[in-house]
Design a protein around this ligand. Structure first.
Ligand SMILES: [Zn+2]
Length: 492
């Protein structure tokens, strides 16, 4: 294990501070990340969250930790509204598309896996599903009822937030105060069984039309949407574990409720370090499916979205995402992606030069300062933008060595080669695959065609110009005329 492990600091959402990371069990890390609700295609903002935690997982492994990474699949019980009302999102989709709920789950689980694989994220060690852990969830409901912090009303069980708050702090993670929440919420609708609007469902009675239902001591029903994460994290990582992650939007109520459930059940704080990844915006605005201000990963890879000037490879998209710190908001735009693509190519070309640099007897520079700067960046709360900046410093050095302005000994060169590859491939998870060069050939071939078309248009030979455009389109390649000239992407 590297000495660097002792200096890893992580920003803990619970304390609001960067803290030195010490796992509960030496050399082992338990990490739980809230996975997707599989009722639609995974959107790019979620991909950013999972790429952020992939970086965390990869770096912990790189430091020599044995990591158990658990990420769930929510395939039941996730209601449309946080207030425990509305329809189960999966059942709703199934009803609208006239298919079985499990068909919805299967379709979007496959999409999720394919998309995350395209982004070169590593699979978790365990990927449990909510429907596969109904028994465990029922046991937790029983336990919380036994502790006196939940109550049953006509087939549903609710968590008693006010009673819990008498001896615990509901709001410990989000910083919210229960009295403010009570002050700011509408009173309950008459149909509600809850004693107080802040109470949340542990178990919901299934109405006759509800398809996804399981027998329980309280009748047929389904689990509340915070429960599965408590059940699965406790089952696979224990009553107390090291890291719990998720998107910023899950901090409240989801993670706050997870803490309350586990605390009520085990009288222990379940998680030492809470980590939250920030969101991805599109041209400065929050992405929203309803307004069409949204972009799907496959549209990014094909260029088939009006906000994009061209297609971007998953490697470039991943590089773009890691170019911002996971706790900062990242704004996606065509210009920002193009800038990332240029940067990515510069980095790759620099690294490729490492293989045949001139070898000298002595080094003119201390290579260890480069290597330790990579660790320093990542030890500072997984600061990937600083790591990338340091790698660019190394690329400058590589160019200087190539020009003969600096020298490197054989052993230093080997050491640098190894460190750069570890950080670029293993930690940042960039692939450096040969499709980069295929891209280049395609780029070259298309730039010839684009130039021929421009020449034809300049000669007023519009028939030829249109033929080039139409025949490319028939092959699935769409030319786009913009203010900076013509670009191409895959047609949708
Ligand atoms: Zn969760």
């Amino acid at each position: 294990m590297s000495d660097a492990t002792s200096s890893l600091h992580i920003y803990n959402s619970l304390s609001g501070k960067k803290e030195q990371f010490t796992p509960i069990e030496d050399k082992h890390v338990g990490m739980y990340v809230c996975g997707p609700t599989v009722y639609s295609n995974v959107h790019l903002g979620n991909c950013r969250t999972f790429i952020s935690f992939d970086l965390v997982y990869r770096y912990l492994k790189h430091l020599g930790y044995s990591v158990r990474y658990v990420r769930n699949i929510t395939d039941a019980g996730h209601l449309e509204h946080d207030a425990d009302e509305g329809e189960d999102r999966i059942s709703k989709k199934a009803r609208l598309e006239r298919i079985e709920p499990m068909e919805v789950v299967q379709r979007y689980t496959v999409d999720f896996h394919q998309t995350l694989a395209a982004f070169n994220t590593l699979p978790p060690n365990i990927e449990p599903t909510a429907t596969g852990h109904i028994i465990e969830q029922i046991e937790i409901v029983k336990g919380i009822l036994a502790s006196g912090l939940a109550y049953e009303v006509s087939g549903s069980v609710y968590f008693d937030v006010q009673k819990y708050n008498e001896s615990n702090n509901y709001g410990i993670l989000s910083g919210r105060k229960l009295e403010d929440m009570i002050h700011n919420t509408r009173s309950l609708s008459r149909q509600s069984d809850k004693r107080s609007p802040q109470d949340f469902a542990l178990w919901k009675k299934a109405e006759p039309q509800h398809i996804m239902r399981w027998p329980s001591p309280w009748g047929d029903g389904f689990p509340g949407w915070h429960l599965e994460c408590t059940a699965m994290s406790t089952k696979y990582l224990g009553e107390q574990f090291d890291i719990h992650g998720g998107g910023m939007d899950l901090k409240f109520p989801h993670h706050e409720c997870e803490i309350a459930q586990a605390q009520a059940l085990n009288q222990k704080r379940p998680v030492n370090t809470w980590m939250h990844a920030n969101m991805l915006t599109l041209n400065g605005k929050k992405m929203a499916k309803s307004t069409g201000k949204n972009i799907l990963p496959n549209e990014l890879f094909s260029g088939a979205n009006p906000v994009l000037s061209k297609a971007f490879s998953p490697d470039v998209a991943r590089f773009f995402m890691l170019h911002a710190h996971y706790r900062s908001i990242l704004d996606l735009s065509s210009d920002a992606l193009e800038a990332a693509e240029k940067g990515y190519k510069r980095l790759i070309q620099g690294i490729e030069l490492l293989a045949d640099l001139p070898i000298s007897d002595k080094s003119s520079t201390d290579i260890n300062t480069h290597i330790s700067s990579y660790f320093d960046a990542m030890n500072d709360d997984f600061n990937s933008p600083v790591l990338i900046a340091q790698l660019f410093e190394t690329v400058k050095l590589i160019h200087r060595v190539k020009q003969g302005e600096d020298t490197l000994s054989k052993s230093d060169l080997e050491k640098l080669h190894k460190a750069v590859h570890h950080f670029v491939l293993d930690v940042l998870g960039l692939t450096l695959t040969s499709n980069q060069s295929e891209d280049t050939y395609l780029d070259k071939a298309l730039s010839v065609l684009i130039e021929m078309r421009e020449q034809a248009r300049a000669n007023k030979d519009f028939a030829t110009a249109d033929r080039i455009r139409d025949e490319l389109l028939a092959k699935g390649i769409q030319l786009k005329d913009g203010k900076d000239g013509t670009t191409y992407g895959l047609s949708s």
